[in-house]
Ligand binder design. Structure first.
Ligand code: WTA
Length: 693
């Protein structure tokens, strides 16, 4: 982190210490993890063998010889020597006993469209047919990469599992990303096949998704990667809902091609536990997203174990995670974890508030959902549009999950009182794309809940807070950088094609002995600020790097800035996080124009358009401010922290050492209006606690 920037963690609001909520007895009695002995079984002196317990939940072709090979830090190798297939574990192994059990209930956004129910048997059949198509029609084989740019429909997990069956590495790009963003990821992963879809429903309208394909393919080509086949699923097979024409010889409708592969089966590839399963791109501190590479055996063990213990999934539960499969939460806790456990899950296509704030509770009541998983941004939105709605429905949750950003205690209480009707346990799960699965959370039957706090490390995870100098920050004192002392099976393997960046981003900061072969010398740096209370619970404050978590989606400020610079009138751009009531944080954009160019609304609009085109609608800023000049140090560096302070109504601090201090007041008046400087004491207090100012 540069001291010129003001990070998310620093603009976090300081909350007062909260009281505890106990899990209800009824929940505790039925819980998967109710033996407090787990703490002993997963104590540090049992590491890494303790994680065998997770791997044993899976079916292996060949058992591993070694739990953890840590001889080449920080490139950890889990369950070495083991042979396994993820698609087999999610499908085939359930068939003997529960082939007729429902795997997915797909709920289309339009309420008058019927659900689509897929049993394990049917899912198995569809995955096999599509795997045959990928192998025989596309010529894909183990180790190849495929980019998947799709909305939330059953065909997305079908695609992922078909890849996993063949050992093909899938790289799923969130459907809301633009064609250009998809193309950049196609090029980086070296995919020659793109899998897309014609359309999907969003807020009642049919959205054209296929229109993104041409730009994706062009962008990839400009970056040196040729796409030779585009497979297009159709939202309604036989009917094409896109205004863009299919390109002869390149684009193929999946439902047409699939006819040839009806009833075909494909033997699952026996993968090494350490073979990659997928790549997922996430924003970092440069303009280039990082391809987070996850392995097969370690990842699958970790998501299965944590889905069983933290989500408390039992064979007869009906589980609904509202996340999009295009993000890590969907990969781990809609696809791989729940399917490996043989769960019945709900998939919902649309927005939670369509057509009204009662929609999720109607779905939950009708389908008897008893485990509900979502993010603070959705909870805030549902509370805003329908604070009383949950009370109108008879849904009954035993467990509810929140993930993706800090949840305000007030929002937590609404979730608990009104959505959960004071009967459901809440787990606030803190983790990241890089981590594969949960890092901090209460153990639902064993630990009391505390609003706004994620809780302690989950079994086998040992978090610690370090200050900037690498000194341990004791509980109950001040904030610092949260790190994990030990490796775990869900941790990423590397950054795709960039091992140096992997070491630099996540391990270099607190590694004092770069030659050490001892894992104890390699704490994982998460890039989040946190405080640990004296009870050992962690409260996450937000990112400490140039990343903004917008409604639970990570966007890199550098990525946003370089998109702004594509507008020809713009000379300089600075993007900062600003606190937002419903989305948590949103980007605020400041731009300075090239000499001689007049400010205009047209330029502001062009910036917004550029962000939407190059990244996606999720990158839409709160505002675009054309400023006379950027506040700069004498060496010419843009002082983003000053802009962030102005956007967040915080004191700008001492600016006398700037090259152009007068511009700060001009910008402040532009954003905050004339009048006295506005400040929020609680925020200022938190910055002091964070020890950065
Ligand atoms: C944030 C999502 C507070 C955090 C699974 C992290 C959270 C980033 C929580 C990762 C939580 C995630 N409380 N903050 N319970 N969960 N975060 O990679 O800043 O999309 O670094 O993974 O989200 O986002 P990602």
């Amino acid at each position: 982190m540069s001291s010129l920037d003001l990070t998310e963690a620093q603009i976090a609001v300081h909350w007062k210490e909260e009281g505890y909520f106990q899990p209800p007895k009824k929940f505790v009695e039925q819980a998967n993890l109710k033996d407090p002995d787990v703490l002993k079984r997963f104590a540090l002196d049992k590491f890494p063998k303790c994680f065998d317990e997770y791997a044993e939940m899976l079916t292996w072709y060949k058992k591993w010889d070694k739990t953890l090979d840590s001889s080449n830090p920080p490139f950890w190798k889990w369950f070495v020597g083991g042979k396994i297939n993820a698609s087999f574990n999610c499908l085939d192994r359930h068939l003997p006993k529960s082939k007729d059990k429902t795997a997915y209930i797909f709920v289309p956004e339009l309420e008058n469209e019927p659900d689509i129910v897929l049993t394990y048997q049917e899912l198995h059949k569809r995955v096999n047919e599509f795997a045959a198509l990928l192998r025989d029609f596309c010529g894909l084989k183990k180790g190849d990469r495929v980019t998947v740019h799709m909305p939330l429909v059953p065909e997305l997990p079908i695609t992922m599992l078909a890849c996993a069956r063949l050992g093909v590495i899938h790289s799923v790009v969130f459907g809301g990303f633009s064609g250009a963003a998809c193309g950049q990821r196609i090029a980086d992963s070296g995919s020659r096949v793109l899998i897309s879809m014609d359309s999907y429903y969003r807020s009642g309208g049919l959205i054209d998704h296929k229109e993104k394909v041409d730009l994706a393919v062009e962008t990839a080509k400009a970056d040196g990667q040729k796409v030779d086949k585009v497979l297009v699923w159709r939202r309604n097979p036989g009917k094409y809902n896109s205004k863009t024409p299919m390109v002869e010889g390149r684009d193929f409708f999946v439902d047409d091609v699939l006819k040839k592969y009806a009833n075909k089966t494909v033997e699952p590839e026996q993968m090494d536990a350490t073979d990659p399963l997928f790549i997922m791109y996430t924003s970092g501190t440069t303009a280039k997203p990082k391809g987070i590479q996850h392995g097969t055996g370690g990842y699958l063990s970790y998501v299965t174990g944590t889905a069983k213990w933290i989500l408390d999934i039992h064979p007869n539960d009906i589980y609904w995670c509202m996340a999009d499969i295009g993000w890590i939460t969907g990969h781990s806790y809609i696809v791989y974890g729940p399917l490996a456990l043989g769960t019945t899950s709900v998939l919902y296509e649309g927005v939670p508030t369509f057509p009204d704030g009662g929609r999720p509770w109607r779905i939950a009541q009708r389908l008897k959902v008893n485990i509900f998983h979502t993010a603070p941004t959705a909870i805030r939105m549902l509370r805003k549009v329908g604070p009383e709605e949950p009370l109108k429905y008879k849904h009954q949750f035993k467990l509810m999950v929140t993930v993706g950003e800090p949840i305000e205690p007030e929002v937590w209480r609404w979730y608990y009182d009104v959505v959960g009707k004071k009967e459901a346990v809440i787990v606030d799960t803190w983790w990241q794309t890089e981590n594969g699965g949960f890092l901090c959370s209460t153990k639902p039957a064993l630990d009391p809940m505390k609003p706004g706090s994620a809780g302690p490390g989950v079994p086998g995870i040992y978090p610690v807070i370090y200050d900037e100098e690498g000194k341990e920050v004791p509980p109950g004192t001040k904030a610092g950088n949260i790190c994990i002392r030990n490796p775990w099976p869900g941790i990423m393997q590397t950054i795709w094609k960039d091992p140096d960046r992997f070491v630099k981003t996540y391990y270099a900061k607190y590694n004092k002995k770069p030659k050490s072969k001892d894992w104890r010398d390699w704490p994982y740096f998460a890039g989040d600020g946190a405080v640990q209370a004296s009870d050992g619970y962690f409260r996450i404050l937000g990112r400490v790097d140039d990343v903004i978590n917008v409604a639970g989606h990570r966007l890199g400020t550098k990525e946003l800035e370089s998109a702004c610079l594509m507008v020809s009138e713009i000379a300089e751009a600075a993007v900062v996080p600003v606190a937002d009531e419903s989305r948590g944080r949103v980007p605020d954009v400041y731009v300075a124009l090239k000499p001689g160019i007049q400010a205009s609304e047209k330029i502001e609009k062009a910036v917004v358009k550029q962000l939407e085109t190059l990244i996606g609608k999720i990158a839409r800023p709160r505002s675009v401010r054309i400023v006379p000049d950027m506040p700069k140090t004498r060496s010419g560096k843009i002082m983003r922290r000053v802009l962030a302070a102005i956007s967040n109504k915080m004191p700008v601090g001492d600016v006398t050492t700037l090259a152009n201090p007068e511009v700060v007041e001009q910008i402040r008046v532009m954003v905050q209006g004339a009048g006295p400087v506005e400040t929020t004491t609680a925020v200022a207090e938190d910055i002091k606690r964070f020890g950065q100012d």
